[in-house]
Ligand binder design. Structure first.
Ligand SMILES: Cc1cc2nc3c(=O)[nH]c(=O)nc-3n(C[C@H](O)[C@H](O)[C@H](O)COP(=O)(O)O)c2cc1C
Length: 205
């Protein structure tokens, strides 16, 4: 009887493990756009960009979205990461934002894990490292519309390692916990399995 019950439970366990995997399917979307506002030539973060960042962090944290935003030469380069549904819904809102135009999707793929896991939206201002990379490719300005896949990946690499001058603890903590759970799928699966076995034992008693 125990063997029979255990056999019946195997498909349930497999389904459960699959659903954990499905739940954590992560989409990474990278796009470019042009700011429709003028940025005064002074040091520090542009007020428009600061507002965008504030909104992004407030909203993304609720939807378990994350990523990075780069702003240089009046162009945005944003990488958004998260589950498909909230990500596409948010991107739909972003596309209609009058603060930018000429939105062009540069990359959209399913990734095994987030690159900017702990960030609801990391911000990296114009960077010497990026200027150097562009120079090696004969590009004088930050013009993401010209980037090939290799350049996009190199830029993402630089943004991963760059510091965020607006970094604060509050927007990191929540995402850091989610990131831990997401990247520790084995632990999450074992907890799921333990719960199922516990329920089975309770049912038999
Ligand atoms: C370049 C750019 C990037 C943006 N990124 C995000 C984002 O990651 N998440 C988000 O919720 N809103 C983002 N926004 C803002 C949205 O377009 C929209 O203004 C905002 O989600 C509205 O939120 P609210 O109704 O809570 O004010 C971005 C806007 C721009 C121009």
């Amino acid at each position: 009887m125990i063997l029979c019950a255990a056999t019946n439970c195997i498909p349930i366990i497999i389904l459960n493990l699959r659903s954990i995997e499905y739940m954590s399917e992560i989409i990474q979307l990278v796009y470019a756009s042009r700011a429709t506002f003028e940025s005064p030539n002074r040091a520090g973060i542009d007020l428009n960009v600061a507002r965008i960042l504030m909104q992004s962090r407030r909203n993304n944290i609720k939807l378990n979205l994350g990523g990075v935003l780069y702003y240089g030469d009046s162009c945005f380069f944003q990488c958004l990461e998260g589950e498909k549904e909230p990500l596409e819904a948010t991107f739909d809102i972003i596309k209609h934002d009058p603060r930018h135009s000429d939105i062009k999707v540069l990359m959209r793929s399913t990734v095994p894990e987030r690159t900017f896991g702990v960030w609801s939206m990391k911000y990296v201002p114009a960077q010497a490292d990026i200027k150097r990379l562009l120079q090696t490719k004969g590009l004088e300005r930050f013009d993401p519309y010209q980037f090939d896949t290799a350049t996009i990946e190199q830029i993402l690499g630089i943004l991963t390692n760059a510091a965020d001058p607006t970094k604060g603890a509050s927007h990191i903590t929540h995402n850091a916990i989610l990131h831990f759970l997401e990247t520790n799928k084995i632990i999450a699966s074992l907890v799921g399995l333990a719960i199922i076995i516990g329920l089975m034992v309770l049912w038999w008693l």
